[in-house]
Design a protein around this ligand. Structure first.
Ligand SMILES: Cc1ncc(COP(=O)(O)O)c(C=O)c1O
Length: 456
């Protein structure tokens, strides 16, 4: 580890002793000392105490401008007043019934007004939304296989945990990537039914349709690959997928768990002008409460109506989450708020670009809607295999450097990206940029030294 990174880690440990202590206690009873593997990192994760608006405080009382926002699930920011009002109104009138109520059609109407879907079912997590969508697509087509892109993340069920972060020694030829299980316990039969293509490479998709004629139920994808920092689809790519699905009788599933609420008012279909057959929503649609939805054509949803495909869930449409969802759609994810966030995004990305140019850092800024990322590459990445060539120590230097200056610039992990919430202000963005301006020269110097060492 190089000395500037070591210094940042030493500062981090000095600032956060209570997190270290709490993590030790967690480790005794929770694997990795966390409740989700994504929350674990070395030397230990920051333990949170409380949050409000655009900020949170840790156990030691340090305050951070928050661009992690629960891995992008809080476009509303913490404790948005409209969401809090709606939620508190429901806390004393029954939090779960397992019975229908009239917020269901109201929220379904909101979703159908924004996204090109006719009917909706609800759940609590993105994993559920993608799992049920894939099952429906299989039922609608009578086919078992799906196409998934290498490096894409769609949650934790067996059909999604394939080639999420495959290692170079396992992933095979880029023109025909191998399906690699994302850990033990994923059955071989599940892996055989997930065929892998390369993002931004239509030929790999067409080749899969040729290889498995009449066997592919759907293509599932994030319209913007957000499990590799931020990787935009090249012009024509999404349109090409639409065409390939139409030609082969397969469904196009947009996993909009991240993009749905954060790209703009109508999500990726509005942003890119491409209509999928199914949409998966979660994260930011709940305004801070667990809420998910999947939607599609009536023709496909009829499979549920006719009891041919089963969908259920004890927590589905619990009134607290639904009240939060309604408040989020009506008072948070408004056109005015998207204009506000777009303005802040321009300020943040423009500021980063200036600092990168001034410092001589070899990097670029990728951004779309409320999301963005400092990409530590000399040229733009197009797919997962480009992404893996990252200098992890340099990225850690950036992240801990920012954290030590009171800015959680994005979730920990170099595959993530920042989110700007509707509650962020210009002052937050200025403070974020000031922290980056402070970190960037040391980062650029470390990068140059590492290039020189590698060249020797
Ligand atoms: C694109 C995408 N799909 C699905 C999921 C799974 O969502 P959840 O963690 O709510 O199960 C995630 C979570 O990060 C995601 O980013």
């Amino acid at each position: 580890m190089y000395s500037a990174l070591q210094q940042e880690l030493t500062t981090f440990e000095k600032r956060t002793p209570k997190s270290a202590e709490a993590h030790k206690k967690n480790l005794r009873r929770l694997p990795l000392g966390v409740a989700s593997n994504y929350r674990a990192y070395d030397p230990y994760p920051i333990f949170v105490k409380e949050g409000s608006g655009s900020k949170f405080r840790d156990l030691d009382g340090n305050e951070y401008i928050d661009h992690n926002l629960c891995f992008g699930a809080l476009m509303a920011g913490h404790c948005h007043p409209a969401v809090m009002k709606a939620v508190s109104g429901r806390l004393t009138t029954g939090t779960m019934f397992g019975m229908p109520h009239d917020m269901e059609w109201e929220l379904a109407e909101e979703i159908c007004a924004r996204f090109p879907v006719e009917m909706v079912r609800f759940g609590s997590s993105g994993t559920e939304a993608t799992m049920h969508s894939i099952r429906l697509a299989r039922a609608a087509t009578g086919r078992d296989k799906i196409i998934k892109f290498e490096g894409a993340y769609h949650g934790l069920h067996d059909s999604a945990l394939v080639s999420v972060k495959p290692k170079a020694e396992e992933f095979g030829d880029i023109h025909s990537p191998v399906s690699v299980p994302g850990g033990l316990g994923v059955p071989k039969a599940a892996i055989d039914n997930v065929v892998i293509a390369t993002f931004n490479d239509l030929d790999t998709v067409k080749q899969r349709f040729r290889q498995f004629p009449g066997q592919i139920a759907a293509i599932i994808l994030e319209p913007i690959l957000m499990n590799v920092g931020l990787c935009l689809p090249e012009p024509g790519f999404l349109e090409g997928l639409r065409e390939a699905c139409d030609q082969n009788g397969a469904l196009l599933i947009f996993d909009e768990v991240k993009t749905g609420a954060k790209l703009g008012w109508g999500g990726a279909s509005e942003y890119f002008g491409v209509r999928p057959d199914m949409i998966c929503l979660a994260k930011s649609i709940g305004g801070g409460l667990p809420l998910a939805a999947f939607g599609t054509h009536k023709r496909v949803m009829n499979l549920i109506s006719q009891h041919k495909v089963f969908h259920g869930g004890t927590y589905n449409t619990n009134p607290v989450s639904m009240a939060a969802g309604l408040a989020t759609f009506r008072e948070v994810l408004t056109r005015d708020n998207y204009t506000h966030v777009d303005k802040l995004s321009e300020m943040l990305t423009g500021g980063y670009r200036k600092i990168v140019a001034k410092s001589g850092l070899q990097a670029y800024i990728a951004s779309a809607g409320a999301n963005g990322a400092l990409m530590l590459y000399a040229k733009e990445i197009k797919n997962y295999r480009d992404w893996i060539n990252i200098d992890i120590d340099l990225w850690r230097h950036y992240w801990f450097g920012m954290v030590n200056r009171g800015v959680m610039a994005q979730p920990y992990w170099w595959d993530e990206q920042w989110t700007i919430s509707v509650q962020h202000t210009e002052a937050d963005i200025k403070a974020h940029l000031a922290a980056f301006e402070d970190v960037a020269p040391a980062l650029a110097k470390a990068q140059q030294e590492r290039f020189a060492t590698a060249a020797r």
